[in-house]
Design a protein around this ligand. Structure first.
Ligand code: SF4
Ligand code: SF4
Length: 320
């Protein structure tokens, strides 16, 4: 029997992470730290706590329940409601994730992020939407975080999905040993692959890791004929210039195999609440969301190279 891993969310009826209707399974744990990460709750391997300040009535029950004295003491209600307040900030060095505070909160202000699930539990949940997959060409997308961090679990998940006849997309950064990626790719129908930046120094500045391994793995995937859909988030002052996309398009056209498609994804900041709930600062505070209309012209260089490019990455966009 497969061991359990922490799942942050099983998202049903997703339409931007592979063909048709997808059920996205988000595994907790990632080897990168992208500053624009839209799922910060998937970065840490450990369970975490969300605190929704707007739901909190400051009753103090969680403080009383905490055996580690790991929750900052109450302050005045006025101060507690201000942005950046330390009220209820969990002192992580003391917290042992016993979750007693979550049980004590009667107002739903506290939530555990990360539910341990086995392969069979995940697949049973994914299987519930099988009629939608059959009608739309959809299936399961394994995402995160970085799925390859949980190599053994994801291998078992892919085996189980194949046994049940489920279509599977693997959503990966590609920052992993080739042997791991190749093994998982052989069991997947489509690899959703991120290109975060072509320049290694820029890549490292914004994600914490260089891009050499990622680019090498992308090239190997294409050389071996795997179906790869590349995703490029268009980020202000980072990857939003026409010249940059001309360079990327030329680079991709020169790879030793053809990409199934390239999705240009406008950067957005809808994830700010999650950072607040985790008690973290949104690293992209200075940047507003990009209007999709601004991204539209950036498709031209890819089309000029004969590449299949979309804006937004809908799983239905290319279906006639
Ligand atoms: S999870 Fe446990 S130790 Fe951590 S803050 Fe809540 S009650 Fe305290
Ligand atoms: S128990 Fe819930 S409502 Fe009460 S102070 Fe803690 S988080 Fe706020």
């Amino acid at each position: 029997m497969s061991r359990e891993v922490l799942i942050t969310q099983i998202q049903r009826f997703a339409v931007n992470d592979g063909p048709g209707f997808r059920t996205n399974v988000f595994l907790k744990g990632c080897s990168l730290r992208c500053k624009w990460c839209h799922n910060p709750e998937t970065q840490s391997l450990s369970a975490e706590l969300y605190w929704r300040r707007r739901l909190c009535v400051q009753c103090g029950a969680c403080l009383d329940a905490c055996p580690q004295d790991a929750i900052n003491p109450p302050i005045s209600p006025e101060e507690a409601q201000t942005e950046g307040s330390t009220y209820h900030k969990i002192i992580l060095e003391r917290c042992d994730m016993c979750m007693k505070c979550v049980d004590a909160c009667k107002y739903g202000a506290l939530e555990i992020v990360g539910t341990p699930m086995s392969v069979d539990e995940v697949l049973d949940e994914v299987d519930q939407d099988r009629p939608f997959y059959d009608n739309s060409g959809g299936g399961m997308t394994i995402s995160g975080g970085e799925p390859v961090v949980h190599l053994e679990f994801v291998n078992s998940l892919l085996d189980g999905a194949k046994a049940r006849g489920l279509h599977v997309c693997l959503d990966t950064s590609g920052f992993c040993p080739w042997s791991d990626l190749e093994g998982l790719s052989k069991k997947s129908d489509i690899i959703l692959y991120d290109l975060k930046h072509l320049d290694s120094s820029e890549h490292e500045r914004m994600t914490g890791v260089p891009n050499k391994l990622i680019l090498e793995n992308l090239s190997k995937l294409l050389e071996k004929g795997f179906e790869v859909w590349l995703r490029i988030v268009v980020i202000p002052e980072y990857s939003d210039s026409f010249e940059y996309h001309e360079r990327v398009a030329k680079y991709l056209a020169g790879l030793p195999g053809r990409l199934g498609r390239i999705d240009l994804l406008p950067y957005h900041d809808w994830c700010q609440d999650k950072y607040n709930w985790l008690g973290r600062k949104w690293p992209m505070d200075a940047y507003e969301a990009i209007d999709p209309a601004e991204v539209d012209p950036l498709m031209d260089p890819y089309e000029d190279e004969g590449l299949n490019v979309t804006l937004g990455g809908s799983g239905f966009e290319n279906k006639e």
